[in-house]
Design a protein around this ligand. Structure first.
Ligand code: AP5
Ligand code: ZN
Length: 210
């Protein structure tokens, strides 16, 4: 299956993609994680505004299409079934994606803006194994410590309130039109992203099962 998960920053794309990948035996293709693993990559030759992906990310801006398209092209070429998370983020990327692959389901997770800010500013992640928590909504058993591996949890550099607001603005400007693009094609299924993680998962799994 080829599943595309769309939604604003903090909608739960990462949380749900991981579960979908396990449950349906799919590859989890995420541009956010791929870019975080390559934050310091030198992209100055591409004649971009900043010299590294990390500089864009920490500012809450989109990393240039050239960089991101190449990541996705490479990841999809070796994936059979996949759940795609964090891409496409503008109409140019959506067009690029349609030239690379076909999609079986496009799921849009909708969540209210105030809730998004609370989720992102309260998120804590494990620098060692990548597990994700929330200080209030999904706290680890011992405060500040990863349940999976015992490492000390950290806040993502782009999860400060100021950068979160900029990411939401960039989403409205660039990515909301992508949602409307798929809606116009009649392939979009909207799922309420405000339930518990289990409830949201059930709703997405229903769509994927069809
Ligand atoms: P990326 O890593 O993709 O970040 P994002 O889209 O902003 O999404 P997040 O990871 O912040 O949120 P999420 O929807 O995955 O939510 P999560 O499950 O973690 O991108 C980061 C940056 O990389 C971009 O700003 C850009 O610079 C660059 N980039 C990436 N892709 C790009 C592209 N295609 N083009 C250009 N640049 C690109 O959940 C969030 C929190 O909420 C967690 O704490 C979680 O525990 C909690 N939570 C989850 N579900 C629930 C629930 N149901 N109820 C309560 N709490 C919940
Ligand atoms: Zn861990």
């Amino acid at each position: 299956k080829h599943i595309l998960l769309l939604g604003p920053p903090g909608a739960g794309k990462g949380t749900q993609s991981k579960r979908l990948a396990e449950e349906f035996d799919l590859e989890h293709v995420t541009t956010g994680d791929a870019l975080r693993a390559n934050k310091e990559m030198d992209i100055s030759e591409m004649d971009t505004e900043y010299d590294t992906p990390g500089a864009y990310m920490d500012a809450g801006e989109l990393v240039p299409d050239e960089v991101v398209n190449a990541i996705v092209e490479e990841a999809l070429s070796s994936a059979d079934g996949y759940v795609l998370d964090g891409y496409p983020r503008n109409l140019e990327q959506a067009e690029e994606l349609s030239s690379m692959t076909d999609l079986d389901a496009v799921v849009y997770l909708s969540v209210d803006t105030d809730e998004l800010v609370d989720r992102l500013t309260g998120r804590r992640v494990c620098p060692d194994c990548g597990a994700s928590y929330h200080v209030e909504f999904e706290p680890p058993e011992e405060s500040g410590v990863c349940d999976e591996c015992g490492a000390e949890l950290v806040q993502r550099d782009d999860d400060t309130e100021e950068t979160v607001r900029e990411r939401l603005r960039v989403y409205e400007e660039n990515t909301a039109p992508v949602v409307e693009h798929y809606r116009g094609e009649g392939v979009l299924v909207e799922v309420d992203g405000e339930g518990t993680p289990d409830e949201v998962f059930e709703a997405i799994a229903d769509v994927v099962d069809q």
